[in-house]
Design a protein around this ligand. Structure first.
Ligand SMILES: O=C(O)c1cc(=O)[nH]c(=O)n1[C@@H]1O[C@H](COP(=O)(O)O)[C@@H](O)[C@H]1O
Length: 264
């Protein structure tokens, strides 16, 4: 099965488009996991136990794992999520010259989909795109405050850079495995991207801690009902400082699922 077929089946099974971001900031981990052999893995395991029935996908951002223990924690996390039948999107935002990109693309051996950066152009993404069974989410309009600095620049024909990236990504979709990352904090741009590319599913981060627009995320983010709306800190640290932190994450995931489902 291709990634998007698999994701569509998962969305149906749990009636949810929630992507739970697994970004285990070491400074915010609860005391209960701090003495574990791999604290990030111990944390993620409890979060997955608490949230999987509401999760269409998990999205670990590799920034939170890029050290020796981190890679072990990430591998355990992905295997555990798969054991619960939940697809995993590795948020890596990678791309490089072909020779290097081929090595980066090995990350896809670990997961079902990945986020990539379009700035270096098609050949830099080819090693990802050619993995037909894996999903490739191309950054189009990001959610950060400076997301427009480059992405909103106007080209000579009046298109904005992020719009052109969306068109390019649609051209790169030879295997039906391409999606776009478009932040919920810029709802007008989100809708503009949807107006350009009707068929591509979006991964929409930025609801929750970044205050993005959940309604726009669902209305523009899904293509034929398929797409993901991600929250990381808003779910995994919902009960920070409490004993019931894992249960609080479960409640936060369920609440977000219901909020998003109201617009589906
Ligand atoms: O590619 C991403 O997932 C991403 C793109 C973007 O435009 N904005 C964005 O926040 N993200 C990621 O989505 C997650 C958002 O985390 P929270 O703000 O805690 O929900 C982080 O892992 C970000 O790196």
């Amino acid at each position: 099965m291709s990634f998007f077929e698999d994701l569509a089946a998962r969305i149906d099974r749990v009636n949810s488009v929630v992507s739970v971001g697994l970004d285990p900031d070491p400074d915010r981990l609860p005391d209960a996991v701090r003495d574990a052999d791999l604290p990030r893995w111990a944390f993620n395991r409890r979060i997955i136990d608490a949230t999987n029935e509401h999760a269409a996908a998990y999205k670990p951002n590799v920034a939170f794992y890029e050290d020796a223990d981190g890679w072990r924690a990430l591998r355990e996390t992905v295997a555990y999520a798969h054991g619960k039948d939940v697809p995993v999107v590795l948020d890596a935002k990678r791309a490089d010259i072909g020779n290097t990109a081929r090595q980066y693309a090995r990350l896809l051996d670990e997961a079902d989909a990945i986020t990539v950066n379009p700035y270096l152009g098609r050949d830099s993404l080819q090693p990802f795109l050619s993995r037909a069974e894996k999903g490739v989410f191309v950054l189009a309009r990001t959610s950060n405050p400076g997301g427009g600095d480059v992405q909103d620049l106007e080209l000579a024909d009046g298109d904005r850079v992020f719009e052109r990236v969306a068109d390019l990504a649609a051209d790169w979709n030879e295997h039906g495995n391409v999606g776009l990352v478009v932040g919920a904090t810029a709802p007008a741009e989100l809708q503009a991207v949807r107006d350009r590319v009707s068929g591509l599913p979006f991964l929409v981060p930025g609801v929750g801690a970044q205050g993005g627009d959940a309604e726009a995320a669902v209305e523009a983010g899904l293509a034929d009902g398929v797409g993901l709306v991600n929250s990381s800190r808003g779910i995994i640290f919902a009960g920070e400082g409490e004993d019931r932190w894992a249960a609080a994450a479960g409640t936060a995931a369920k609440r977000l699922k219901r909020r998003l489902n109201a617009f589906r």
